[in-house]
Write a protein that binds this ligand. Structure first.
Ligand code: PRP
Ligand code: URA
Length: 206
């Protein structure tokens, strides 16, 4: 299932990120804020357990989270989504996947993987701002499934229709969340209109 979070606050902040003149400080700050807003929606169906708590006025039957949440950013740009989600779920654990896209072939190249031991039992949120051809996200979810994870959600900021189609075909069981679905990929595999190279804009490289 693909969910596009067309929310005025998210779209406004994303518009600032898209602007060519936005520098890396403002780009990062808006990304942090969008990540928190997206987390609110992405976590809507997290497992909960019934609990009884004592308020100053009496007993209250309510619910609390009943799962480990594991964030898995795809390095580098996925790191830009971690802090905003951690603000809402400070006990989340973090795994890392290093993948870069070969600039010539656009094929994903894996270079790092490190996961918490709860990966197979918890809810895993895979994070990457950009879903272009979909190759990096598909490979990341392959790597996580291979290690036993069953409850996986893919969280991206901007997607291209080509990447969405490829991802859904490869992983029909994984829910995909986007802040925006853009128009198309250009001839060098960049999302149009997109926001440029997310990693470079977050970290001020290039
Ligand atoms: C970017 C982006 C995704 C990938 C998307 O990473 O952050 O990981 O490209 O493209 P795809 O859907 O076609 O695979 P990049 O390879 O530029 O690495 P970086 O995050 O280290 O800059
Ligand atoms: N990676 C990016 O950072 N931006 C794109 O538009 C495509 C891939």
């Amino acid at each position: 299932m693909v969910t596009v979070l067309n929310h005025p606050l998210i779209t406004h902040k994303l518009a600032i990120m898209r602007m060519e003149e936005t520098g890396h400080k403002d780009f990062r700050e808006n990304l942090d804020e969008i990540a928190s807003l997206m987390a609110y929606e992405v976590c809507r169906d997290l497992p909960v357990k019934d609990v009884e708590v004592k308020t100053p006025m009496g007993l209250c039957n309510t619910q609390m989270l009943d799962t480990e949440v594991i964030l898995v950013p795809i390095l580098r740009a996925g790191m830009g989504l971690v802090n905003g989600i951690m603000d809402l779920m400070p006990t989340a654990k973090v795994g890392f996947i290093g993948i870069y896209r070969d600039e010539r072939t656009l094929e994903p190249v894996e270079y790092f993987a490190k996961f918490p031991k709860e990966l197979a039992e918890g809810v895993v949120l895979v994070l990457d701002p950009m879903l272009a051809t979909g190759g990096s996200a598909i490979t990341a979810v392959d790597m996580i499934k291979k290690r036993g994870a069953k409850n996986i959600k893919m969280v991206c900021l901007v997607g291209a229709p080509e990447g969405v189609e490829a991802f859904e075909k490869a992983h029909p069981d994984v829910d995909l969340y986007l802040a925006a679905l853009d128009d198309h990929l250009n001839e060098i595999g960049y999302i149009v209109p997109g926001l440029g190279d997310a990693g470079d804009r977050i970290y001020g490289t290039k």
